[in-house]
Design a protein around this ligand. Structure first.
Ligand code: SF4
Length: 427
Protein backbone atom coordinates (compact mmCIF):
# COMPACT_ATOMS: atom_id res chain seq x y z
CA UNK A 1 0.00 0.00 0.00
CA UNK A 2 1.09 3.60 -0.65
CA UNK A 3 3.90 4.84 1.55
CA UNK A 4 2.77 7.08 4.36
CA UNK A 5 5.13 9.19 6.45
CA UNK A 6 6.42 6.95 9.26
CA UNK A 7 4.67 7.24 12.63
CA UNK A 8 6.58 9.06 15.36
CA UNK A 9 8.97 6.98 17.49
CA UNK A 10 6.67 7.72 20.43
CA UNK A 11 3.06 8.65 19.78
CA UNK A 12 0.48 9.89 22.28
CA UNK A 13 -1.45 6.65 22.75
CA UNK A 14 -0.62 5.59 26.28
CA UNK A 15 0.61 9.08 27.24
CA UNK A 16 -0.59 10.24 30.68
CA UNK A 17 -3.99 11.91 30.38
CA UNK A 18 -4.93 14.85 32.56
CA UNK A 19 -8.54 14.11 33.48
CA UNK A 20 -10.52 17.13 34.61
CA UNK A 21 -14.07 17.41 35.89
CA UNK A 22 -15.20 20.92 36.60
CA UNK A 23 -17.00 23.82 35.06
CA UNK A 24 -17.33 23.48 31.28
CA UNK A 25 -17.50 26.21 28.72
CA UNK A 26 -19.08 24.61 25.66
CA UNK A 27 -22.25 24.78 23.58
CA UNK A 28 -24.91 22.13 24.18
CA UNK A 29 -25.88 19.31 21.80
CA UNK A 30 -28.77 21.26 20.28
CA UNK A 31 -26.16 22.92 18.06
CA UNK A 32 -25.92 19.74 15.97
CA UNK A 33 -29.43 20.36 14.67
CA UNK A 34 -28.02 23.23 12.63
CA UNK A 35 -26.08 20.90 10.32
CA UNK A 36 -28.27 17.81 10.72
CA UNK A 37 -31.42 19.53 9.45
CA UNK A 38 -29.56 20.54 6.29
CA UNK A 39 -28.32 17.01 5.73
CA UNK A 40 -31.54 15.07 6.37
CA UNK A 41 -33.93 16.60 3.89
CA UNK A 42 -37.16 15.08 5.20
CA UNK A 43 -36.43 15.26 8.93
CA UNK A 44 -37.84 17.70 11.44
CA UNK A 45 -36.23 18.41 14.81
CA UNK A 46 -38.75 19.41 17.46
CA UNK A 47 -36.84 20.67 20.47
CA UNK A 48 -38.83 20.19 23.63
CA UNK A 49 -37.34 22.99 25.61
CA UNK A 50 -37.41 26.51 26.93
CA UNK A 51 -37.15 29.93 25.34
CA UNK A 52 -33.38 29.76 25.87
CA UNK A 53 -33.26 26.70 23.60
CA UNK A 54 -35.33 28.50 20.96
CA UNK A 55 -32.98 31.48 21.11
CA UNK A 56 -29.89 29.30 20.83
CA UNK A 57 -31.24 27.57 17.75
CA UNK A 58 -32.40 30.77 16.13
CA UNK A 59 -29.14 32.57 16.66
CA UNK A 60 -26.98 29.57 15.73
CA UNK A 61 -28.97 28.74 12.60
CA UNK A 62 -30.32 32.15 11.67
CA UNK A 63 -34.05 32.74 11.67
CA UNK A 64 -35.57 31.51 8.45
CA UNK A 65 -38.21 34.09 7.77
CA UNK A 66 -39.28 33.18 4.26
CA UNK A 67 -38.94 29.40 4.28
CA UNK A 68 -40.52 27.20 6.88
CA UNK A 69 -37.56 25.69 8.73
CA UNK A 70 -37.09 22.04 9.57
CA UNK A 71 -36.62 22.59 13.25
CA UNK A 72 -38.78 24.16 15.88
CA UNK A 73 -39.23 24.42 19.61
CA UNK A 74 -42.15 23.17 21.65
CA UNK A 75 -41.71 25.52 24.58
CA UNK A 76 -42.62 24.00 27.91
CA UNK A 77 -42.56 26.21 30.94
CA UNK A 78 -43.55 25.46 34.49
CA UNK A 79 -46.46 27.88 34.36
CA UNK A 80 -47.82 26.14 31.23
CA UNK A 81 -48.04 22.82 32.92
CA UNK A 82 -50.38 21.52 35.53
CA UNK A 83 -48.77 18.08 35.38
CA UNK A 84 -46.97 15.57 33.24
CA UNK A 85 -50.16 14.27 31.64
CA UNK A 86 -50.79 17.80 30.35
CA UNK A 87 -47.26 18.02 29.02
CA UNK A 88 -47.71 14.82 27.03
CA UNK A 89 -51.05 16.03 25.69
CA UNK A 90 -49.51 19.36 24.74
CA UNK A 91 -46.68 17.56 22.96
CA UNK A 92 -49.16 15.31 21.09
CA UNK A 93 -51.15 18.39 20.02
CA UNK A 94 -47.98 20.14 18.85
CA UNK A 95 -46.91 17.10 16.81
CA UNK A 96 -50.39 16.67 15.31
CA UNK A 97 -50.43 20.35 14.26
CA UNK A 98 -46.95 20.08 12.76
CA UNK A 99 -47.55 16.85 10.83
CA UNK A 100 -50.89 17.94 9.43
CA UNK A 101 -49.27 21.13 8.11
CA UNK A 102 -46.13 19.44 6.83
CA UNK A 103 -46.75 16.28 4.78
CA UNK A 104 -43.09 16.36 3.67
CA UNK A 105 -41.86 15.27 7.12
CA UNK A 106 -40.85 11.58 7.20
CA UNK A 107 -38.67 11.56 10.32
CA UNK A 108 -39.49 13.51 13.42
CA UNK A 109 -36.94 13.84 16.19
CA UNK A 110 -38.13 14.89 19.64
CA UNK A 111 -35.06 16.56 21.10
CA UNK A 112 -34.75 16.79 24.87
CA UNK A 113 -33.13 19.73 26.66
CA UNK A 114 -32.16 20.89 30.15
CA UNK A 115 -35.16 22.48 31.86
CA UNK A 116 -36.33 20.34 34.75
CA UNK A 117 -39.89 20.15 33.36
CA UNK A 118 -38.47 18.59 30.19
CA UNK A 119 -36.19 16.19 32.03
CA UNK A 120 -39.27 14.82 33.85
CA UNK A 121 -40.94 14.05 30.52
CA UNK A 122 -40.19 10.59 29.17
CA UNK A 123 -39.52 11.49 25.54
CA UNK A 124 -38.70 7.92 24.53
CA UNK A 125 -42.22 6.87 25.60
CA UNK A 126 -43.65 9.85 23.73
CA UNK A 127 -41.66 8.90 20.61
CA UNK A 128 -42.91 5.29 20.80
CA UNK A 129 -46.49 6.42 21.23
CA UNK A 130 -46.29 8.91 18.37
CA UNK A 131 -44.42 6.49 16.11
CA UNK A 132 -47.21 3.95 16.53
CA UNK A 133 -49.75 6.66 15.74
CA UNK A 134 -48.07 8.06 12.61
CA UNK A 135 -46.38 4.93 11.16
CA UNK A 136 -45.62 4.15 8.40
CA UNK A 137 -45.68 7.72 7.07
CA UNK A 138 -43.56 9.24 9.83
CA UNK A 139 -40.98 7.68 12.12
CA UNK A 140 -40.67 9.43 15.49
CA UNK A 141 -37.41 9.12 17.44
CA UNK A 142 -35.93 10.98 20.37
CA UNK A 143 -32.54 12.05 21.65
CA UNK A 144 -31.15 14.52 24.12
CA UNK A 145 -29.36 17.73 23.25
CA UNK A 146 -29.32 18.89 26.87
CA UNK A 147 -26.30 20.88 27.92
CA UNK A 148 -26.21 18.87 31.15
CA UNK A 149 -25.66 15.63 29.29
CA UNK A 150 -24.03 16.64 26.04
CA UNK A 151 -21.44 18.94 24.55
CA UNK A 152 -21.74 20.58 21.21
CA UNK A 153 -21.05 17.71 18.77
CA UNK A 154 -22.68 15.02 20.91
CA UNK A 155 -26.08 16.09 19.59
CA UNK A 156 -25.20 14.50 16.25
CA UNK A 157 -23.89 11.40 18.01
CA UNK A 158 -27.09 11.09 20.06
CA UNK A 159 -29.24 11.59 16.94
CA UNK A 160 -27.42 8.96 14.86
CA UNK A 161 -27.32 6.52 17.79
CA UNK A 162 -31.11 6.89 18.14
CA UNK A 163 -31.53 5.81 14.50
CA UNK A 164 -29.40 2.66 14.64
CA UNK A 165 -31.82 0.37 16.53
CA UNK A 166 -34.60 0.97 13.97
CA UNK A 167 -32.48 0.35 10.85
CA UNK A 168 -33.58 -2.76 8.98
CA UNK A 169 -31.45 -5.92 9.03
CA UNK A 170 -29.26 -7.05 6.13
CA UNK A 171 -26.77 -9.88 5.66
CA UNK A 172 -25.06 -8.07 2.81
CA UNK A 173 -21.33 -7.34 2.95
CA UNK A 174 -21.17 -3.55 2.76
CA UNK A 175 -19.38 -0.46 4.01
CA UNK A 176 -21.29 2.02 6.15
CA UNK A 177 -19.77 5.47 6.67
CA UNK A 178 -21.18 7.24 9.72
CA UNK A 179 -21.08 11.01 10.26
CA UNK A 180 -22.95 13.89 8.59
CA UNK A 181 -20.85 15.38 5.79
CA UNK A 182 -21.87 18.19 3.45
CA UNK A 183 -23.31 16.60 0.28
CA UNK A 184 -20.48 17.79 -1.95
CA UNK A 185 -17.85 16.30 0.38
CA UNK A 186 -19.82 13.07 0.74
CA UNK A 187 -19.96 12.80 -3.06
CA UNK A 188 -16.17 13.20 -3.29
CA UNK A 189 -15.78 10.41 -0.73
CA UNK A 190 -18.23 8.12 -2.57
CA UNK A 191 -16.38 8.73 -5.86
CA UNK A 192 -13.05 7.76 -4.27
CA UNK A 193 -14.52 4.59 -2.74
CA UNK A 194 -16.18 3.67 -6.02
CA UNK A 195 -12.94 4.19 -7.94
CA UNK A 196 -11.27 1.83 -5.46
CA UNK A 197 -13.94 -0.76 -6.25
CA UNK A 198 -15.38 -0.68 -2.73
CA UNK A 199 -19.10 -1.19 -2.47
CA UNK A 200 -21.90 -1.16 -1.77
CA UNK A 201 -21.37 1.94 0.37
CA UNK A 202 -24.15 3.36 2.53
CA UNK A 203 -24.12 6.42 4.77
CA UNK A 204 -25.60 7.33 8.12
CA UNK A 205 -27.36 9.73 8.15
CA UNK A 206 -28.80 9.30 4.66
CA UNK A 207 -30.20 12.31 2.82
CA UNK A 208 -33.76 10.99 3.23
CA UNK A 209 -35.55 8.34 5.27
CA UNK A 210 -36.12 6.09 2.27
CA UNK A 211 -32.35 5.94 1.71
CA UNK A 212 -31.60 4.92 5.31
CA UNK A 213 -29.10 2.07 5.36
CA UNK A 214 -29.80 -1.48 6.49
CA UNK A 215 -27.28 -3.07 8.82
CA UNK A 216 -26.10 -6.47 9.98
CA UNK A 217 -23.19 -8.73 10.90
CA UNK A 218 -21.51 -8.35 7.50
CA UNK A 219 -21.53 -4.57 7.67
CA UNK A 220 -18.18 -2.91 8.32
CA UNK A 221 -18.23 0.71 9.27
CA UNK A 222 -15.87 3.67 9.23
CA UNK A 223 -16.44 6.92 11.08
CA UNK A 224 -16.07 10.23 9.28
CA UNK A 225 -16.26 12.12 12.58
CA UNK A 226 -14.43 11.36 15.82
CA UNK A 227 -17.28 12.36 18.12
CA UNK A 228 -19.52 9.37 17.39
CA UNK A 229 -18.87 7.27 20.51
CA UNK A 230 -22.51 6.29 21.14
CA UNK A 231 -23.11 5.64 17.44
CA UNK A 232 -20.02 3.41 17.40
CA UNK A 233 -21.45 1.46 20.36
CA UNK A 234 -24.93 1.21 18.77
CA UNK A 235 -23.54 -0.01 15.43
CA UNK A 236 -21.38 -2.57 17.22
CA UNK A 237 -24.44 -3.82 19.13
CA UNK A 238 -26.10 -4.45 15.76
CA UNK A 239 -23.17 -6.73 14.82
CA UNK A 240 -21.29 -4.29 12.55
CA UNK A 241 -17.46 -4.16 12.72
CA UNK A 242 -15.50 -0.94 13.08
CA UNK A 243 -12.53 -0.18 10.81
CA UNK A 244 -10.26 1.84 13.09
CA UNK A 245 -8.39 4.56 11.21
CA UNK A 246 -7.09 8.10 11.57
CA UNK A 247 -9.77 10.67 10.68
CA UNK A 248 -9.82 11.82 7.03
CA UNK A 249 -8.37 15.28 7.67
CA UNK A 250 -5.52 16.40 5.45
CA UNK A 251 -3.58 14.39 2.90
CA UNK A 252 -2.14 11.92 5.39
CA UNK A 253 -5.36 11.40 7.34
CA UNK A 254 -7.42 10.86 4.20
CA UNK A 255 -4.89 8.41 2.75
CA UNK A 256 -4.65 6.46 6.00
CA UNK A 257 -8.46 6.37 6.34
CA UNK A 258 -8.93 5.13 2.77
CA UNK A 259 -6.04 2.67 3.14
CA UNK A 260 -7.63 1.05 6.21
CA UNK A 261 -10.89 0.55 4.30
CA UNK A 262 -9.05 -0.61 1.17
CA UNK A 263 -7.19 -3.25 3.21
CA UNK A 264 -10.50 -4.51 4.62
CA UNK A 265 -11.89 -4.87 1.07
CA UNK A 266 -8.71 -6.39 -0.43
CA UNK A 267 -7.97 -3.53 -2.85
CA UNK A 268 -4.62 -3.99 -4.61
CA UNK A 269 -1.75 -1.61 -3.94
CA UNK A 270 -1.56 -0.66 -7.63
CA UNK A 271 -5.21 0.30 -7.76
CA UNK A 272 -4.99 2.25 -4.50
CA UNK A 273 -1.99 4.21 -5.77
CA UNK A 274 -3.58 4.86 -9.15
CA UNK A 275 -6.77 6.24 -7.56
CA UNK A 276 -5.17 8.33 -4.83
CA UNK A 277 -2.04 9.65 -6.53
CA UNK A 278 -3.55 12.70 -8.21
CA UNK A 279 -5.77 13.90 -5.31
CA UNK A 280 -2.88 13.31 -2.88
CA UNK A 281 -0.63 15.50 -5.00
CA UNK A 282 -3.34 18.21 -5.15
CA UNK A 283 -3.78 18.09 -1.38
CA UNK A 284 -0.02 18.34 -0.80
CA UNK A 285 0.23 21.31 -3.14
CA UNK A 286 -2.69 23.07 -1.47
CA UNK A 287 -1.15 22.47 1.94
CA UNK A 288 2.23 23.79 0.82
CA UNK A 289 0.51 26.95 -0.44
CA UNK A 290 -1.51 27.61 2.68
CA UNK A 291 0.40 26.24 5.66
CA UNK A 292 3.46 28.53 5.57
CA UNK A 293 2.21 30.77 8.47
CA UNK A 294 1.66 27.65 10.60
CA UNK A 295 5.21 26.30 10.41
CA UNK A 296 7.01 26.29 13.75
CA UNK A 297 4.02 27.84 15.53
CA UNK A 298 2.46 26.41 18.70
CA UNK A 299 -1.20 25.47 19.20
CA UNK A 300 -3.28 24.91 22.35
CA UNK A 301 -6.65 23.13 22.13
CA UNK A 302 -9.47 23.66 24.61
CA UNK A 303 -11.90 20.72 24.69
CA UNK A 304 -14.87 21.55 22.51
CA UNK A 305 -15.72 19.59 19.37
CA UNK A 306 -13.92 16.25 19.98
CA UNK A 307 -12.10 16.95 16.71
CA UNK A 308 -9.07 18.07 18.71
CA UNK A 309 -6.90 14.94 18.55
CA UNK A 310 -7.21 14.38 14.78
CA UNK A 311 -6.71 18.10 14.16
CA UNK A 312 -3.62 18.18 16.36
CA UNK A 313 -2.28 15.22 14.36
CA UNK A 314 -2.99 17.12 11.11
CA UNK A 315 -1.46 20.40 12.30
CA UNK A 316 1.69 18.84 13.74
CA UNK A 317 2.43 16.28 11.02
CA UNK A 318 1.15 18.05 7.92
CA UNK A 319 1.50 21.75 8.76
CA UNK A 320 4.62 21.85 10.94
CA UNK A 321 2.95 23.11 14.12
CA UNK A 322 3.81 22.12 17.66
CA UNK A 323 0.96 21.13 20.00
CA UNK A 324 1.21 22.35 23.61
CA UNK A 325 -2.05 20.93 25.00
CA UNK A 326 -4.68 18.86 23.25
CA UNK A 327 -7.88 18.92 25.28
CA UNK A 328 -10.95 16.92 24.31
CA UNK A 329 -14.30 16.56 26.10
CA UNK A 330 -13.96 12.75 25.76
CA UNK A 331 -11.27 10.44 24.48
CA UNK A 332 -12.64 7.26 22.91
CA UNK A 333 -9.51 5.25 22.32
CA UNK A 334 -11.27 2.92 19.88
CA UNK A 335 -11.98 5.97 17.73
CA UNK A 336 -9.07 8.39 18.17
CA UNK A 337 -6.42 5.75 19.00
CA UNK A 338 -5.01 5.71 15.42
CA UNK A 339 -4.68 9.52 15.50
CA UNK A 340 -3.03 9.35 18.94
CA UNK A 341 -0.52 6.85 17.50
CA UNK A 342 0.51 9.41 14.88
CA UNK A 343 0.54 12.47 17.15
CA UNK A 344 4.17 12.92 18.28
CA UNK A 345 4.64 12.68 22.05
CA UNK A 346 5.02 16.00 23.83
CA UNK A 347 1.68 17.80 24.25
CA UNK A 348 -0.37 17.50 27.42
CA UNK A 349 -3.39 15.36 26.53
CA UNK A 350 -6.38 16.33 28.64
CA UNK A 351 -9.92 14.98 28.87
CA UNK A 352 -12.90 16.86 30.26
CA UNK A 353 -12.63 20.39 31.52
CA UNK A 354 -12.06 22.55 34.53
CA UNK A 355 -12.18 25.80 32.65
CA UNK A 356 -10.37 28.05 35.15
CA UNK A 357 -7.44 25.71 35.54
CA UNK A 358 -7.22 25.26 31.80
CA UNK A 359 -7.32 29.02 31.26
CA UNK A 360 -4.38 29.32 33.65
CA UNK A 361 -2.44 26.78 31.59
CA UNK A 362 -3.35 28.51 28.31
CA UNK A 363 -2.20 31.88 29.72
CA UNK A 364 1.06 30.36 30.92
CA UNK A 365 1.67 28.65 27.56
CA UNK A 366 0.70 31.70 25.44
CA UNK A 367 0.60 29.47 22.36
CA UNK A 368 0.70 31.17 18.97
CA UNK A 369 -2.83 29.87 18.35
CA UNK A 370 -5.48 28.87 20.89
CA UNK A 371 -8.43 26.83 19.59
CA UNK A 372 -11.48 27.31 21.80
CA UNK A 373 -15.21 27.97 22.01
CA UNK A 374 -16.82 31.31 21.25
CA UNK A 375 -17.25 32.18 24.92
CA UNK A 376 -13.52 31.99 25.62
CA UNK A 377 -12.24 33.46 22.36
CA UNK A 378 -13.05 37.13 23.03
CA UNK A 379 -11.54 37.35 26.52
CA UNK A 380 -8.40 35.53 25.32
CA UNK A 381 -8.09 37.82 22.29
CA UNK A 382 -8.36 40.77 24.67
CA UNK A 383 -5.39 39.33 26.54
CA UNK A 384 -3.38 39.29 23.31
CA UNK A 385 -3.78 35.61 22.41
CA UNK A 386 -4.69 34.62 18.85
CA UNK A 387 -7.70 32.31 18.77
CA UNK A 388 -9.63 30.08 16.42
CA UNK A 389 -13.29 29.29 17.05
CA UNK A 390 -13.72 25.54 17.24
CA UNK A 391 -17.33 25.81 16.02
CA UNK A 392 -16.17 26.87 12.53
CA UNK A 393 -14.58 23.48 12.11
CA UNK A 394 -17.92 21.72 12.02
CA UNK A 395 -19.66 24.32 9.87
CA UNK A 396 -16.97 24.33 7.17
CA UNK A 397 -16.25 21.45 4.76
CA UNK A 398 -12.89 20.15 6.01
CA UNK A 399 -12.77 16.41 5.20
CA UNK A 400 -10.82 14.55 2.51
CA UNK A 401 -8.21 15.56 -0.05
CA UNK A 402 -9.92 18.48 -1.76
CA UNK A 403 -10.54 20.31 1.52
CA UNK A 404 -7.04 19.80 3.00
CA UNK A 405 -5.91 23.28 1.96
CA UNK A 406 -9.11 24.90 3.30
CA UNK A 407 -8.62 23.13 6.62
CA UNK A 408 -5.08 24.46 6.99
CA UNK A 409 -6.38 27.87 5.86
CA UNK A 410 -8.85 27.99 8.75
CA UNK A 411 -5.92 27.88 11.17
CA UNK A 412 -3.57 30.03 9.09
CA UNK A 413 -6.03 32.93 8.71
CA UNK A 414 -6.00 34.20 12.33
CA UNK A 415 -2.20 33.93 12.41
CA UNK A 416 -1.85 35.86 9.14
CA UNK A 417 -4.23 38.52 10.47
CA UNK A 418 -2.26 38.80 13.71
CA UNK A 419 1.05 39.04 11.78
CA UNK A 420 -0.41 41.80 9.57
CA UNK A 421 -1.62 43.78 12.62
CA UNK A 422 1.79 43.47 14.25
CA UNK A 423 3.45 44.69 11.07
CA UNK A 424 1.09 47.66 10.88
CA UNK A 425 1.74 48.54 14.53
CA UNK A 426 5.49 48.39 13.97
CA UNK A 427 5.36 50.81 10.99
S1 SF4 B 1 -27.98 24.38 27.43
FE1 SF4 B 1 -30.00 23.46 27.89
S2 SF4 B 1 -31.42 25.17 28.19
FE2 SF4 B 1 -29.58 25.97 27.19
S3 SF4 B 1 -30.07 25.91 25.00
FE3 SF4 B 1 -29.01 23.99 25.47
S4 SF4 B 1 -30.63 22.53 25.95
FE4 SF4 B 1 -31.58 24.58 26.04
Amino acid sequence: MTELAPPPVTGCRGAPILKERGQREVFCGLTGIVWLHRKMQDAFFLVVGSRTCAHLLQSAAGVMIFAEPRFGTAILEETDLAGLADAHEELDREVARLLSRRPDIRQLFLVGSCPSEVIKLDLSKAAERLSAQYAPRVRVLNFSGSGIETTFTQGEDACLASMVPVLTETQERQLLVAGALPDVVEDQMLDLLEALGIGPVVTLPARSAERDPAIGPNTVFALAQPFLGDTHAALTRRGAHHIAAPMPFGEEGTTAWLAAIAREFGVSEERFDAVTEAPRARARQALARVSEPLKGRSVFFFPDSQLEVPLARFLTRECGMEAVEVGSPFLHEAIVGPDLDLLPAGPQISEGQDVDRQLDRARAARADLTVCGLGLANPLEAEGLTTKWAIELVFTPVHFYEQAGDLAGLFARPLRRRDALRLEAAE
